[in-house]
Ligand binder design. Structure first.
Ligand code: S3P
Length: 172
């Protein structure tokens, strides 16, 4: 049985929170949604934090919440899409947990997030071209994972099943 955090990384709309909830349920362990933790700690929405304090302030809160979540033993952690930007976060995640990257196509992101207003970086980059630039710029950081899973055409259950098989394989 896994005794470390299982961390889901991936671009906005890759399904981290939905898959994470299913995984935590199957593993019988706590589920932490990093964005929700940040919002609870700050008492403000992600949009408000970005607007009032700027992205850097959000990133500092994100790193602090990640550190706390990583210290919790077996926990499924759904990160925000930008957690991988900071090298410190990537090092901590790889050192303390198992990092699962959910890959998603640009087309799928545009479909899933159509009309979303709660993600400042989507609102600012929702033209396909700028969203693709943001995605491509992060690709090298998403690649820093123990396993990468293509989620296109897969249901939440399908993706969770692939991850559970991988986790079981870690202990064989
Ligand atoms: C962000 C993704 C969001 C949230 C914030 C910034 C990003 O999380 O953390 O809006 O930089 O990609 P989701 O990936 O859950 O949408």
């Amino acid at each position: 049985m896994l005794d470390r955090p299982l961390i889901l990384t991936g671009f906005m709309g890759s399904g981290k929170s939905s898959v994470g909830r299913v995984l935590a349920d199957r593993l019988g362990c706590p589920f932490v949604d990093l964005d929700a933790e940040i919002v609870a700690a700050a008492g403000r929405s992600v949009n408000d934090i970005f607007t009032e304090d700027g992205e850097q302030a959000f990133r500092s809160m994100e790193s602090a919440c990640l550190k706390r979540a990583l210290d919790g033993g077996l926990t499924v952690i759904a990160t925000g899409g930008g957690v991988v930007i900071a090298e410190e976060n990537r090092i901590n995640m790889r050192k303390q947990g198992v990092v699962v990257n959910l890959c998603v196509s640009l087309a799928q992101v545009l479909r899933r997030l159509h009309g979303a207003t709660d993600r400042p970086l989507f609102a600012a980059n929702n033209a396909a071209k700028s969203l693709k630039l943001l995605m491509d710029g992060r690709e090298q950081f998403y690649a820093d994972a123990d396993i990468r899973i293509d989620t296109d055409g897969k249901s939440v259950e399908d993706v969770a099943a692939v991850i559970l098989r991988f986790v079981e394989g870690l202990h064989e």
